[in-house]
Ligand binder design. Structure first.
Ligand SMILES: [Zn+2]
Length: 164
């Protein structure tokens, strides 16, 4: 169940997503990780700046969260992402032992260019994990989060589609 405090953390994630502008072509994703009521990481995707194809907001936040907590496991932490985490980031969340993943806009709320594969169901990744102490929920500030991205029916050229 999405709680008011989840929405407050998601607003932080949205602010981080917008921190370098709100051009939807730059995939402005924001992610914060909260442990014991405290933000231990807040990152935007940095794939172009670094450059690093794996520098999604969630990957960067997991790295920072592990550094800041001095622990490779983030048990009990909640990871908030403005967009449904991709396959890589969902698996990274499982490996990082976060307890809960909360995302804003879902796969079907935005253009397909933000996803790597056609029919991967990342909710199944969580459901099929060996761990049974992780959950995933979407739709937290769904509309506000979806506004960061191209809508599903946007008419984009092939060049504009980051996943091609
Ligand atoms: Zn990702």
């Amino acid at each position: 169940m999405i709680q008011p405090e989840d929405e407050a953390w998601m607003r932080e994630a949205i602010a981080i997503a917008r921190s370098k502008g709100s051009d939807p072509s730059t995939s402005p994703l924001g992610c914060v990780i909260v442990l014991d009521g405290r933000m231990i990481a807040g990152e935007r995707n940095q794939t172009q700046e670094l450059p690093d194809a794996t520098a999604h907001a969630e990957m960067m936040a997991i790295r920072r969260g592990c550094e800041n907590s001095g622990d490779m496991e983030l048990r009990g932490a909640t990871l908030y992402s403005t967009l449904q985490p991709c396959g890589m980031c969902t698996m990274a969340s499982i490996w990082a032992k976060v307890g809960r993943v909360v995302y804003g806009a879902g796969r079907h709320d935005v253009h397909q260019m933000y996803f790597e594969a056609r029919h991967v169901d990342t909710l199944d990744f969580v459901a099929e994990a060996y761990r049974d102490d992780i959950s995933i929920e979407g739709g937290c500030l769904r509309a506000e989060c979806a506004e960061l991205y191209y809508p599903p029916d946007a008419d984009l050229s092939e060049e504009e589609q980051a996943n091609l």
